[in-house]
Design a protein around this ligand. Structure first.
Ligand code: ADP
Ligand code: MG
Length: 653
């Protein structure tokens, strides 16, 4: 492996201390507001902290194969470094690719850089995200999501079209980005070995915690950029706030009245429902404010919003965006309110699909003032390594067990993941050699967890592909059920008509069918506590999955009113998540033999079904099964006789 024989020590740039220079100015005086006065983007570029180190930076990067670059958010890393490289003639033979974890970021950054370079988007500067390619043969600066570069690597493992790959926001890692890092690193090494044009790799991050990246990319030097574009002042509440929603509201309107109209307010909330509720309240209150306060535009922002709506936060207007995660910095001063809640994101990696509930289990708990109700959830760290392995095999990685992961999974978890894929019939394993089966190849075409793609692929055998498509789509987005705690009794009353004694999947299916019957009528949704926006997403996801099925020539039939086949199909796909009633009334998971319980949110909570399959386990004070489906024990046996014989032997010994 080629290594820099004597890696240079970490460099610390001091670009004329722009921080102290800017600090003297009042916040709000730095930049004219976009959309109000004509904005001179050239002048803006020169005000960025990074501008002072431009020459030094270019000289450094010119000499390096790999570099890790740290600078505060807003210092100009993402928008400027690609331009500096291009302007200095670095990597002109090919494309400079910049990857982003999020789709909106890729789009808005490309638009910003095109504006700065005064070119039409899609020419010199472009972007590719899923289902959208705004590039041309002229494109040299290409913003893209991690997933898109990974897809390109399937056809072009050496990434020969690229001369520079910038892995941005490296601190926001998912298993998905980990795979991309491995693929980029391998491409870089092979190109040197094969005497091809070298691939430069720049890793960028806003956090100091970059040793791992530096180590991974052959001990590449770490370049620091000091300084912030905007001065930051932090204010704390004097006491912990028991009602943080109320406290946030009071602060929002205090700021709205006192701060200049050009200032934006960014509020961080814990999730979609809270964001929507706060947005509604802000709109209501702002209607009754005196004219002197000026208008307020409220823009919600969360991952499951349609992309066009997410982009609204970048439009110039006085506004209160509410966001569960950080935004690309604005040109205007932003007042951020955070409610001191911390998120633990459990990432289930490998999937290229963004509308996935399992991808973002935001488990929340208050940092101060932690609830004493015992519901504080522990992290379910079982990441879905099986999807990652399947994806790597589809990428043509020959030796998956020895893939160069940045954070290596334990051999134990790798073995379990491969074994799961074997049991599902997706891979063959001979000693240390793992290969995809024809079924596995098909499974990898779906942006789903392996067990769900398998369920979908076998559904034609049970003549119920339409129903399984619906169920999997429903499970792939945030809940379509709206459960306002204050109206609990009303919710229970209207939901009763959909409830199926066959479990949660069938109940969801009933709700979906009723929704289709009224053509998604908004009033119906309101009356039935159905989240119409998430239902809309279900339709989108379903259409995408259905397209893939059609391309594969799958027979799409409906089982109509007889749902036995649908349950049988679920049993055949989810048999590894099965549990059986014990004589004492408790449940035991058949895979691990651990005691499990039915989650109170399940429609089967009061029932005692003899045998069920479930979607996931939630570890709190107990181990709860969520989303259950009633099945026959014989179906499990017929689905995987060998697997259950082994399990039985394991209990007896
Ligand atoms: P970093 O990557 O270091 O966080 P960026 O290069 O993304 O910084 O941003 C630098 C500056 O460019 C921001 O502070 C802002 O002034 C401007 N900028 C970035 N993105 C946009 C955008 N989409 N619209 C307007 N201005 C932007
Ligand atoms: Mg950035």
């Amino acid at each position: 492996m080629p290594r820099d024989p004597d890696p240079p020590p970490a460099k610390r740039f001091k670009p004329g201390s722009p921080f102290s220079r800017l600090d003297k100015k009042k916040p709000g005086m730095l930049l004219p507001r976009a959309g109000h006065a004509p904005v001179n983007v050239d002048a803006q570029r020169k005000q960025l902290p990074i501008y002072q180190s431009r020459t030094q930076l270019i000289n450094q990067i010119r000499q390096l194969h790999s570099a890790v670059f740290i600078g505060e958010t807003g210092s100009g890393k993402t928008t400027q470094i690609p331009q500096y490289l291009y302007e200095a003639g670095i990597g002109r033979q090919g494309i400079i690719g910049i990857t982003q974890p999020r789709r909106v970021a890729a789009i808005s950054l490309a638009a910003r850089v095109a504006e700065e370079k005064k070119v039409q988007l899609g020419k010199l500067v472009g972007y590719t995200v899923r289902f959208e390619d705004v590039t041309s043969s002229e494109t040299k600066l290409k913003f893209m999501t991690d997933g898109m570069l990974l897809r390109e690597a399937i056809g072009d493992p050496l990434l020969l079209r690229y001369t520079v790959v910038i892995l941005d926001e490296a601190h926001e890692r998912t298993v998905h980005t980990d795979v991309l890092f491995g693929v980029v690193k391998a491409a870089q090494r092979k190109r040197i070995e094969q005497n091809k044009i070298p691939l430069k790799v720049v890793v960028m991050s806003a956090t100091m915690d970059v040793d791992l990246f530096s180590q991974y990319f052959n001990k590449s030097p770490v370049l620091y950029l000091e300084g912030r574009q905007h001065p930051i002042q932090i204010y704390y509440t004097k006491q912990p706030q028991s009602d943080y929603l109320q406290a946030a509201l009071v602060s929002i309107f205090q700021i709205h009245q006192e701060a200049p109209a050009s200032h934006d307010i960014l509020v961080f909330m814990t999730g979609q429902e809270e964001i929507e509720a706060l947005a509604r309240t802000c709109r209501d209150i702002s209607k009754h404010l005196p004219e002197s306060c000026g208008p307020m535009t409220v823009v919600p922002l969360y991952a499951s919003l349609p992309p066009a709506q997410q982009l609204r936060v970048f439009q110039p207007a006085p506004k209160v965006p509410a966001a569960p995660q950080t935004l690309t910095p604005h040109a205007e001063p932003v007042l951020a309110l955070t409610c001191c809640l911390c998120f633990t994101g459990v990432q289930e990696g490998g999937s290229l699909h963004k509308h996935r509930r399992n991808l973002h289990h935001y488990l929340r708990h208050q940092i101060r003032d932690r609830h004493g109700d015992g519901e504080s959830q522990t992290l379910q760290s079982r990441c879905n390594l099986a999807s990652v392995i399947l994806q790597l095999l589809a990428l043509g990685v020959p030796d998956v067990l020895n893939f160069d992961f940045m954070s290596k999974p334990s051999p134990e978890s790798l073995r379990t993941a491969v074994e799961q894929l074997c049991i599902l019939g997706a891979v063959d394993r001979k000693d240390d050699h793992v290969s995809l089966t024809p079924l596995g190849k098909k499974m990898a075409c779906f942006p789903l967890e392996p067990r769900f793609s398998k369920t979908l692929l076998i559904s034609p055998d049970f003549s119920c592909a339409e129903e399984v498509l619906t169920i999997i789509s429903l499970l792939s987005v945030d809940s379509v059920l709206y459960n306002p705690p204050a109206r609990r009794d009303d919710v229970l009353a209207v939901r009763r008509k959909f409830i199926s004694s066959e479990g949660d999947h069938m109940t969801l299916l009933n709700i979906y069918r009723a929704f289709k019957k009224v053509s998604g009528n908004k009033d119906w949704c309101r009356e039935n506590f159905v989240n119409s926006r998430n239902m809309g997403l279900v339709l989108e996801v379903r259409a995408q999955l259905r397209d893939i099925c059609i391309k594969m020539n799958m027979k799409l039939e409906s089982s109509l009113s007889d749902l036995t086949n649908v349950r049988r199909c679920l049993a055949h796909g989810l048999f590894m998540n099965a549990a059986e009633l014990q004589p004492d009334g408790s449940y035991v998971a058949l895979d691990t033999h651990q005691p499990v319980a039915i989650h109170p949110s399940s429609v089967l909570f009061q029932a005692k079904p003899a045998c069920v399959v479930f979607n996931e386990l939630l570890h709190t004070s107990r181990c709860y099964m969520r989303d259950l489906c009633l099945v026959d024990a014989e179906w499990l046996q017929e689905a995987a006789p060998e697997y259950f014989r082994r399990k039985l032997r394991a209990t007896k010994s």
